[in-house]
Design a protein around this ligand. Sequence first.
Ligand code: FMN
Length: 187
Amino acid sequence: MIIDYKDVNDLNRYKIMSDTVVPRPIAWIVTEDEGIINAAPFSYFIPLSSDPAVVIVSIGEKEKGVPKDSLYNILKHKKATICFVNKDNMEDVKLCATMLGKEESEIKEYEIDVQRPLEEYPPMISSSQTALFCDFYQKVELPGKTTPIILEIKKQYLEDGRLDERSHVNIENIGRCGAYFKAMVDV
Ligand SMILES: Cc1cc2nc3c(=O)[nH]c(=O)nc-3n(C[C@H](O)[C@H](O)[C@H](O)COP(=O)(O)O)c2cc1C
């Protein structure tokens, strides 16, 4: 069958696209504003280039005209720490998808352990095997409710033992497949 996207409503188009473009990595983004640490997962997320080292993530609205806290914080402070999900912190990332008020912190609310290896960036989720410390690079103009943001990776945390002498990284990410979380498997 051929699906003509002009005949599909918004919700079904979202479902079809996110069940098709799989597996997707999950950016577990930590941001800050006025001392409140925010953390939320985003899977409309992908690397764009290694030179410059940039990734793109699309973030929607809480309600009409009100950006999600992560987007608000990135646009205001120009900093984001992108953490990755593994089997040890999967339950925490699910909790972080809950829509909390702007003045509430997922980190505090769900007692998620964070550490701050770099003073100038938001903290990282301690159980992440790797994290990208990013600066805001540019916003992509799109009509609609979602704002794609390009972030430039300035520094990266990697757990000891995960980088080999040939600069290959070995991490055990969990990704998004439609409504499900899936681990990478060897084929
Ligand atoms: C695995 C996963 C992926 C998600 N991907 C996105 C996404 O790409 N864009 C988006 O706007 N929301 C996405 N969400 C929903 C946000 O995580 C959710 O709206 C969150 O409450 C936003 O938090 P914030 O207001 O603190 O930024 C995703 C949720 C989950 C569980």
